[in-house]
Design a protein around this ligand. Structure first.
Ligand code: BTN
Length: 241
């Protein structure tokens, strides 16, 4: 229900943002191809035909600070869906899903809030599905991969999206009815980041250390050289080794 489909659009997150005030939560915008796909930190996101590009509008009754927990929960849903297909996916904090250490999915969460109350959250999910790395401009490839490159064949995108939306709905019900600790333990057990030596870059500084966990607020717990554990709410996480 409430799925809007477009052959082509600038960015599904932008369409979702315009619709959000007038539609019910759970409304989904799916596009075949984006001409202005956006990634995190102002980056571009290549969105050719064959991928799975969509945004979901949510209106959770939680504080603004819960948005990062939602992003992680969606990452868990994508990971669980890939695992249902027998694909060994893992979650990279804060918003990526990896296969064999390479990025196959990115999540862009954008929040509209009034003081500390969320009005709506747009969660944009981009999955490099039936395409090859060659379809992504070289400067945007980074450490990415595509489902087809990893499993050697195309998937049925409609079937995949149905399974993913079902999984997201189940996790969202959990998100709204259970303490976050339950979802968090699933996230930690499928995390590619916990246990790694990383460098986290933030707008004003860089911190290095070993990831010892993810906190109840969805923050990275980083043990620094001096032994102190710092909670990192947001940033870009780069693996050191
Ligand atoms: C990232 O890893 O930087 C996040 C990428 C998010 C891409 C998706 S594709 C659907 C939605 N619309 C956008 O413009 N971006 C997100």
């Amino acid at each position: 229900k409430n799925i809007h489909y477009y052959d082509e659009a600038g960015s599904s997150n932008d369409i979702a943002k315009k619709l959000a005030p007038v539609v019910e939560e759970g409304t989904i915008i799916v596009v075949e191809q984006q001409t202005g796909g956006r990634g995190r930190l102002g980056r571009k996101w290549a969105s050719p035909k064959g991928g799975i590009w969509f945004s979901i509008i949510l209106k959770p009754k939680v504080a603004l600070s819960a948005a990062s927990r939602l992003t992680l929960t969606v990452g868990l849903s994508v990971t669980n869906t890939l695992i249902q297909y027998g694909i060994p996916a893992r979650i990279k904090w804060p918003n990526d899903v990896l296969i064999n250490g390479k990025k196959v999915c990115g999540i862009l969460t954008e929040v509209e809030a009034e003081i500390d109350t969320i009005e709506f959250v747009i969660i944009g999910v981009g999955i490099n599905a039936n395409m090859s790395l060659k379809d992504i401009p070289e400067d945007l490839r980074e450490n990415s991969t595509t489902l087809r490159d990893e499993i050697g064949k195309s998937i049925d995108r409609v079937d995949f999206l149905q399974k993913l939306l079902h999984e997201m709905e189940q996790q969202y019900i959990r998100f709204n009815t259970q303490p976050f600790g339950e979802i968090l333990s699933d996230i930690v057990s499928l995390s590619d980041t916990v246990g790694r030596d990383v460098k986290v870059t933030m707008p004003n500084r860089i911190v290095e250390g070993k990831v010892v966990g993810i906190s109840k607020s969805g923050a990275l717990l980083l043990k620094k050289e001096d032994g102190e554990v710092e909670e990192i709410i947001a940033g870009r996480c780069i693996y050191s080794k």
